[in-house]
Design a protein around this ligand. Structure first.
Ligand code: ATP
Ligand code: MG
Length: 357
């Protein structure tokens, strides 16, 4: 999707990806290599005016190899801080952005002591390499401690108090090379088993959005950021709490392709290439339904002009995000009805095929 946006702006893309047949191959020439392959990184740098990344587990060392050889955005430090849940939370705290209560867990004893402080339920998370709820265990009572430790112990961990949130939202922002910023309307996100299922925009709460936008500006300026950055938040009785940030375009912003004047992908490309950012204004009422594990035939056949299917061209696998459908409707009620219909089709197919992990 970034590649499509770059092409539409007249750029030519080249990709580095260790996968055999990555979705990006549909858009441009692909160098197949590991992210830490310095010869491949040098080849990419030599062939490019600008390099960017959109995968959070790219090693920071790869960015350090690229940085002196080309123009590289977002700044490697943003990725370094986001890759470890501890440094991420410490950054939030330094900026005065509230986070759920948490503790570092380095041993089973730590875990027991931490849970005694945080209480039940709590969630134990690997500090690194988590995505789509992987590397997490919800500890509901003392009986879960052993299973949580067996599954995750031995790696650097943190435990967080479970937040009884009213809803989850994300704010997506873009910062250009000259420091100017734009944010898209606040988006509500619904997860199942830690995987994003549905996003809805705009969230009709100007006060909430103002706070989220303030946090976004704090982050963007602190990181001297260039590109698109996403902040995931819990809306709780204690106000907005930061969950995590992603130094990249984000699944909860996929709706911006059809639903906003300028998509997150286009503004990311604009930012990293030194172009001015486009308007982030939202068109009508927008929804996004993720297609996980399989793209149901009934969704492929959708004739409704208010919906758009995006098929990433990935090999199907249970729990894998293979595509999404965007809905743009003139009223929130109409959007919600369409999203509910899509969600129903997706759930039915998943139930039949056991596609969730
Ligand atoms: N402390 C918590 N309290 C309540 N729910 C939580 C908590 N931590 C995580 N969750 C739930 O699990 C989801 C995934 O958690 P998180 O965002 O930390 O993990 P991730 O695997 O990095 O996800 P992503 O796919 O966003 O990268 C959250 O969006 C939320 O629904
Ligand atoms: Mg998350």
């Amino acid at each position: 999707m970034l590649g499509h946006a770059a092409q539409a702006l007249g750029h030519t893309c080249r990709f580095l990806d260790p996968a055999e047949n990555p979705p990006a191959a549909l858009v441009g020439e692909t160098i197949r290599a590991d992210y830490d392959d310095s010869a491949a990184l040098c080849e990419l740098a030599a062939a490019s005016d600008v390099v960017t990344y959109e995968f959070e587990n790219v090693p920071v060392d790869a960015l350090q190899t690229l940085a002196p050889r080309t123009v590289l955005y977002p700044p490697p430090d943003a990725l370094r801080l986001a890759q470890d849940r501890l440094s991420e939370k410490q950054l939030f705290e330094k900026l005065g952005i509230p986070v759920p209560p948490y503790q570092i867990v380095d041993s089973r004893e730590d875990l027991v002591a931490t849970i005694a402080t945080l209480g039940f339920p709590a969630v134990l998370k690997t500090r690194r390499y988590g995505y789509d709820g992987k590397g997490q265990f919800v500890i509901r009572d003392g009986g879960d401690l052993d299973s949580a430790w067996t599954l995750l112990g031995g790696r650097p961990l943190i435990a967080e108090a479970w937040v009884p949130f009213e809803r989850e939202v994300s704010i997506i922002g873009a910062r250009a090379r000259d420091g100017s910023t734009r944010t898209w309307p606040l988006t509500e996100n619904r997860h199942t088993d830690g995987i994003l299922r549905v996003s809805l925009a705009p969230v009709d709460d100007a006060a909430l959005e103002r706070v989220a936008v303030r946090y976004m500006h704090l982050l963007l300026d602190q990181l001297d950021y260039v590109g698109v950055l996403t902040l995931e938040l819990f809306v709780s009785g204690n106000g907005l709490l930061a969950n995590e940030f992603a130094p990249r375009v984000h699944n909860s912003g996929h709706w911006t392709i059809e639903g906003a004047a300028t998509s997150q992908f286009e503004n990311h490309v604009r930012a990293v290439c030194g172009a001015p950012l486009g308007s982030t204004r939202c068109r009508d009422f927008v929804g996004m339904v993720n297609l996980i594990g399989l793209i149901p035939a009934a969704i492929r056949a959708l004739p409704d002009p208010r919906t758009t299917l995006h098929d990433y061209g990935k090999t199907a696998r249970a729990g894998r995000k293979l595509g999404h459908v965007t809905v743009v409707a003139p009223t929130a009620a109409e959007r919600d009805r369409l999203v509910a219909d899509l969600d129903h089709i997706v759930n039915q197919t998943e139930d039949l095929q056991g596609l969730l992990p």
